[in-house]
Design a protein around this ligand. Sequence first.
Ligand code: HDE
Length: 705
Amino acid sequence: MSDETADTGDRKQQQREAFRADDPAGGPLTTDQGVTVDHTDDSLAAGERGPTLMEDFHFREKLTHFDHERIPERVVHARGAGAYGYFEPYESCAEFTRAAFLQDPTVRTPVFVRFSTVQGPRGSADTVRDVRGFATKFYTSEGNYDLVGNNFPVFFIQDGIKFPDFVHAVKPEPHNDIPTGASAHDTLWDFVSLQPETLHAIMWLMSDRAIPRSYRMMQGFGVHTFRFVNAEGRGTFVKFHWKPKLGVHSLVWDEAQECQGRNPDFNRGDLWDAIEAGEYPEWELGVQLVPEEDEFAFDFDLLDATKIIPEEQVPVRPIGRMVLDRNPENFFAETEQVAFHTANVVPGIDFTNDPLLQARNFSYLDTQLIRLGGPNFTQIPVNRPLAPVRTNQRDGYHQSAVHKGTNYFPNSLGGGCPAHAGVDGQAYTHYAERVDGAKIRKRSESFKDHYSQVALFWNSMADWEKQHIVAAFRFELGKVEARTVRARTVEQLTKVDGELAAEVARGIGVPEPDGTAPGTYKSASPALSLESLRGDGSIRTRQIAVLVADGVDAEQVTSVREALAAEGAIVEALAARDGTVQGSDGEQYMVDRALPTVASVLYDAVLLPGGPTDTPSTAGDQDAMRLLRDAYRHGKPVGAIGSGVGIVSALEPEGLRLSTEFHTVVADHGVVTDTSPGAASEEFLRAFVGAIAEHRFWQRPPVRC
Ligand code: HDE
């Protein structure tokens, strides 16, 4: 029904050719020394069946280089995907910060963003239950600024000294290196049950935020309270928020698990394909600003990274937008070697005494020295600032600059260069915060409330979100072998909300706690619910499966396809076999994919077209019917036209009740039917597009979560 698949193949080939054309030399294969090689398929040997010779420098060089191709993966956030783009502010933020890239709406600052999962190794699947990293490098005119955030606004611990403990607990267990990319195991929950400061982030981890539909559809947060500093030296506390234009959407857990097998590259492929297709993902950068004098105006500590500032208390103020419009050309060179660091700041952005942030300011440089093999990783193109770099740092592994002149300061022999910036306001000056105190190892009393905001999050969830959270707790704790750990976690949950604790306990075979009364903490923040983050109602880049078979009304399919494509959706015709199907008009129509190669979890919605008289043979295809059933169970929109409506009735054992009302077009819990034959009506298309924009229909019985 289309020749898009062929187009994709051609596009990839064109890309390869373009990369080749980039090589100015063209020319034949050489060694690393530039010596031309005429033969790379057989090693140099003493006779046809003889031993390989040491003097085969080409063979030795080739294998040696191969043996050294890998560098240590990141200890956390090992698996990721990156893209280039730009950031532009909406207006000058000079009132709060002197950062140059936040002053002028006509100035675009290039960025590189890397999204990641945390627990799994480089080769793990994308759709695991996990936090997602959201790290942005701004190549500003004043040097590189890195905003190294996550898609949760809170972290699991308050002080960085606990990071190795937390990461050891969540990573695979040391004796057997199991599980990969999963948190459902004893050591994590042992740690959680003993360390209640983890609970707030754990609630986010149990929520649908931990299984995003797409990197393009998740929020990002700077997590810590940072400090803006303006030209007069006045500081303002700031929290950073990224909000996706496409809205925040998630998978359901059952689907996420299947997707790990069907397409382990689900999220990275989605980002890559969208950018290749010119559907550039976009986020709005927002800030919550708190004047210095209000530092103690909250019932939590601004320096505590396990707390949010509720948006109802301090609204998020949009200050700019970021667009990602270019894929990297080489994953290793760019995405693997990019080195983010929380201490990469520019004038106008400063730190606070958040003990988690302070620890990060040590850790990132340290980790890069081991990963990238020495101190010169800032010379790697993806890490190199666009701003001029003039230092007296010299030599070291992988030095690629040829430095000239003096290498110390002060000097007279080098003309005093590079000189200090002087007092013209260009240089980075640390915010002169007054600090005094005794040297102690002690957590501040103001960090001690570990429950109120966990309850705030729980109270803010819609009913379906609460059901998903309970199901996630049951899944995770149900995999914990140690019953004492299960019970201790439930005990912790009783301090958040009695009903939550009881619901979890019921599913995992531990005694229900006494006192199942609703929690002590009553407040809610509607901004935390996915209900309030649906986006702009567009269906751009949503993947729609159209199930076709011989006898299908091809004209109808073409008209729906065109209508959905006009809304920006990506439509694929799926049939039992690749190749063509015979339309009701007797013509052959191309299909995009064979059903055995795909699955419902790879699509956002399903459409069943009809035939002019009979139900097309889709109904007899097991793969097609499975795809339809899975889509329905996962709450996805289902559309059916004409005799396609008959096929949808196969969902009745799943709980579907097709309406008996006498209306041609009926939309019921995301099942949109049009019983009239022929081209799809405007009314049907409107209702189907609306259902796709809604994303999922949680009230539909029973959505598997
Ligand atoms: Fe990280 N973190 N982190 N982290 N983190 C790393 O740096 C660390 C924390 C985050 O795509 C490492 O280059 C400590 C919070 C992202 O390359 C390492 C602590 C947040 C990425 C490190 C934290 C993050 C990292 C591993 C507690 C959200 C991936 C490789 C004090 C605000 C960046 C590397 C990329 C990576 C240390 C806590 C986000 C080991 C010690 C909180 C997105 O340095």
